[in-house]
Design a protein around this ligand. Structure first.
Ligand code: TYM
Length: 327
């Protein structure tokens, strides 16, 4: 069975972009791959965070991932900070990466890379991400479109390390869905849906109840043309809705467009399809709340399984660069 690894930051509610862009593939992959999924709490330290909330957010992210359909019998779910190999390999990779290539990362630039007071951790963020992936010999990494550049960097670092120090790492491939790879903000459809959206109406959480989904979709920004066409450049709002409907129902967005003449009808069907898709997630989430210890047990056994794989790979990398083996 081939390996997959992916990660998510524990920074607030999991939203529809996370779900359609990546997490649905995580659930599918656990059946026919050896799957490692990581809640990247160390990455969360690179932005503004509240220390009193961090642990709780990690637990909450794990609960939501189980609610989405991750099965701890089929996959390994763990917190990044519980596996000390991640920051240790990140250092070896920081000594492989260059300032120039990290400066080119668009996420770093978007998050204030020009400023003198930007945290060094935000700059080296993609190197820690590369360590997350390379530690598990992952062949595939299911992610949304916004992670492509980080994956390209991971591949470059793996190639460079292998070339310089001898074959050590598997070079991974990103796996990006054909639909909903970049779900857009409902209020600002030229920006991606994100946890830091400026409007609460812009983002749908996977735990939103049907009335909330209906309200947000009804208020979603479209345009004044009043014709339903799939054209992401000219009609970002309507195309985003068509893509959501296509992704929720398995239909092609351009074909769906032909079935609607009014925005109101399209919005009604999008809201219904999303509410239906997310209903089991919300139900499982409230069931899981009845057993608060379960999540901790899952994370403990996940960390042990992750360490068993990551330890030897880190050992391989340390020996490749010529470090003295620990006595
Ligand atoms: P994060 O936490 O921002 O997002 C988790 C996953 O959701 C995808 N995603 C989206 N997909 C479609 N449309 C959107 N609007 C949207 N917003 C987010 C992301 O592409 C991602 O797959 N750097 C990563 C976390 C990470 C990681 C890793 C990922 C750390 N180590 C190793 C893969 C492998 C991040 O911040 O994702």
């Amino acid at each position: 069975m081939s390996r997959v690894l992916s990660g998510i930051q524990p920074s607030g509610d999991i939203h529809l972009g996370n779900y359609l862009g990546a997490l649905r593939a995580w659930v599918d992959n656990q059946r026919d791959h050896e799957a490692f999924y990581c809640i990247v709490d160390l990455h969360a330290l690179s932005g503004g965070f509240d220390p009193s909330m961090l642990a709780q957010r990690t637990v909450e992210a794990a609960r939501s991932l189980l609610a989405i359909g991750l099965d701890p019998e089929l996959c390994t779910l763990f917190a990044q900070s519980h596996v000390g190999e991640h920051p240790r390999l990140a250092w070896l990779l920081e000594c492989t990466a260059t300032m120039g290539e990290l400066r080119r990362m668009t996420q770093f630039k978007d998050k204030g890379g020009e400023s003198e007071s930007v945290r060094v951790g935000l700059f080296t963020y993609p190197v820690l991400q590369a360590a997350d992936i390379l530690l598990y010999d992952a062949e595939q990494v299911p992610v949304g479109e916004d992670q492509r550049q980080h994956l390209e960097l991971t591949r470059n670092l793996a190639h460079r390390f292998n070339h310089r120090y001898g074959e050590t790492f598997v070079v991974p491939e990103p796996v990006v869905p054909t639909l909903a790879a970049r779900v857009m903000d409902l209020q600002e459809p030229t920006r991606k849906m994100s946890k830091s959206s400026s409007s609460a109406l812009g983002t749908i959480s996977v735990l939103d109840p049907p009335e909330e989904i209906e309200r947000k979709i009804r208020k979603a920004v479209t345009d004044t043309e009043a014709s339903v066409r799939y054209d992401p450049a000219a009609k970002p709002g309507v195309s985003n809705l068509l893509e959501l409907l296509g992704s929720a129902t398995g239909a092609d967005p351009a074909t769906l467009a032909g079935q609607y003449s009014r925005y109101g009808d399209l919005k009604r069907d999008v809201a219904e399809a999303l509410a239906e898709m997310l209903r089991p997630v919300r139900e499982r989430h409230s069931d899981l709340a009845k057993d608060p210890e379960l999540v901790m047990r899952v994370l403990a056994s996940g960390a042990a399984r992750a360490r068993a794989v990551a330890g030897p790979v880190l050992g391989r990398a340390m020996s490749a660069v010529g470090l003295l083996p620990a006595p």
